[in-house]
Design a protein around this ligand. Sequence first.
Ligand SMILES: [Ca+2]
Length: 301
Amino acid sequence: MPIPIIIDTDPGIDDAAAISLALHHPQLDVQLISTVHGNVPLQLTTRNAQQLIEYFHARVPVASGAAAPLVQKPVHAPHVHGESGMAGYTFDEPTTPLISNNSVETMKDLLLQSTTPMTLVPIGPLTNIALLLKMYPEVHTYIHQIVLMGGSAGPGNITPAAEFNVYADPESAHIVFQSGLPIVMAGLDIARASNLPHALLPEIKDMNQTGHMLYHLFQHYRGESFLDGLNVYDAYTIMYLCHPELFTVHPAQVDVELSGNHARGATFVDFNVTDSSTHILMDIQAEDFQTAFLEMLQYCP
Ligand SMILES: [Ca+2]
């Protein structure tokens, strides 16, 4: 049985890679794409998600969610993804309407209707997920786990202390990490353990239509340590779901710094626990990551 998942996303070039892989992998069943503010404003992340779904002729509904964080003003990253959020490839304008403009309610409905608990895959700021858990606590038992991209046990990227997705809405991240739900955190630690070397990009380009599209997006992507290779952050969540055996995983307690002069949005990761509902992806062999990425891309058109 494929794993039923909901992707909550702010496309975003690495989001585009994660969504492309997830839509076509036989072990995954993507039931909803929910959009959130993040890399670029909500209007653009939503349009980008719709464009991707239509590009693949995928029958997956798209719903838009929160346009802003719970407390602070929105933070965007056009310097990483381009002003549109998916610079480098020209997609058709989307024609399929959104299934709703309240993705929190759509997620709730989908979860409560599901016969097996679902996996949430948030790969943007956690505003929608925090709202879902606070507004509809009855969904808890319908959530198998949350596999999220965000946070860091070490240094940050948007600031020396904070990773972008958590920094973009620290209060929401705090709510999610305090929820008690099983959480797998794919943060900067795992993204720094491996990357897509530039030498691999021609192979990706020539593999198929999806590889061709991603190649052109990657030309405009300025993830961390771009000189060494591409850090395709969001793709680690999808790879973990399909290949958990490749990852070194540690239990930890995660708290989010909500105040402080310099460290707002930092994740405080305490490994000094014997057991926890939260686990951190800490390591993957660089070769295993590259092999698995190519293998997953082969399922794409
Ligand atoms: Ca993202």
